[in-house]
Design a protein around this ligand. Structure first.
Ligand SMILES: [Cu+2]
Length: 181
C-alpha cells in the first residue's frame, strides 16, 4: 500500500517535472523568459564577440535590457545595427533595448545583439560563455551563451528558419517559412 506521504511526494515530483522548462537553457527572471542564448566562435585576436538571445516579456510592464557583464570580456554592451550613409554599422543602444509586455525580442545577427568587447580568449565552438545581463526591472540575470561555429546564423537546433533570415523575415511576415517555427 502506498502511504499518503509517499503519494504526496510523488505528485510533487511530477509537478516539478512538468514545470521544468522545455530546454535546459531557458532562464526565467521575473516576468522575463530568456531562451536560445548563443554566440559565434571568433578568430584569434578578435576584438569583439557577439551574443544573441531571445527575450520574452510575459508581464504587464515594459522592461529594458540596459547592459551586461562577462568574465571573459572587458565589457558587454547592447548594440543595434543601423544603416549609415549606405553602410551597415553598429552602435551601442544608450537607452537599452525595450521589451514591451507580451512581446518577444530576438537579438540576432544583423539586428540587436550583445557585444563582448576585448574577449580575453577566442570563443570556441562548444564553449558555454557565462554572461550576466542587466535589466532595468528584472535586474541581473545570468545566462550561458552556447558558442556555435564561426559562420552560424542561428542558435543550436533552430533549423533552417533560424536567425539567418531575420532582417528579411521582418518584412515578409506572410512567408510561411518565416518567423514562426
Ligand atoms: Cu556590436
Amino acid at each position: 500500500m502506498i502511504s499518503f506521504a509517499r503519494t504526496t511526494i510523488l505528485l510533487g515530483i511530477l509537478a516539478a517535472l512538468s514545470l521544468a522548462p522545455a530546454r535546459a537553457e531557458d532562464v526565467k527572471a521575473g516576468d522575463l523568459v530568456i531562451t536560445q542564448a548563443w554566440s559565434r566562435a571568433t578568430p584569434g585576436g578578435a576584438k569583439i564577440g557577439g551574443g544573441y538571445l531571445t527575450i520574452e516579456n510575459r508581464g504587464s510592464a515594459p522592461d529594458r535590457l540596459i547592459g551586461g557583464s562577462a568574465d571573459i570580456a572587458d565589457k558587454v554592451e547592447v548594440h543595434e545595427m543601423a544603416m549609415n550613409n549606405g553602410v551597415m554599422t553598429m552602435r551601442p543602444l544608450d537607452n537599452g533595448l525595450t521589451i514591451e509586455p507580451g512581446k518577444t525580442v530576438k537579438l540576432a545577427p544583423g539586428g540587436a545583439h550583445l557585444m563582448m568587447l576585448n574577449p580575453k580568449s577566442p570563443l570556441r565552438q562548444g564553449d558555454k560563455v557565462p554572461v550576466t545581463l542587466e535589466f532595468e526591472k528584472a535586474g541581473k540575470v545570468k545566462v550561458s551563451l552556447e558558442v556555435q561555429g564561426i559562420g552560424a546564423q542561428g542558435p543550436p537546433g533552430a533549423g533552417s528558419a533560424g536567425g539567418a533570415m531575420d532582417m528579411k523575415d521582418m518584412k515578409k511576415t506572410s512567408d510561411p517559412s518565416g518567423m514562426k517555427k
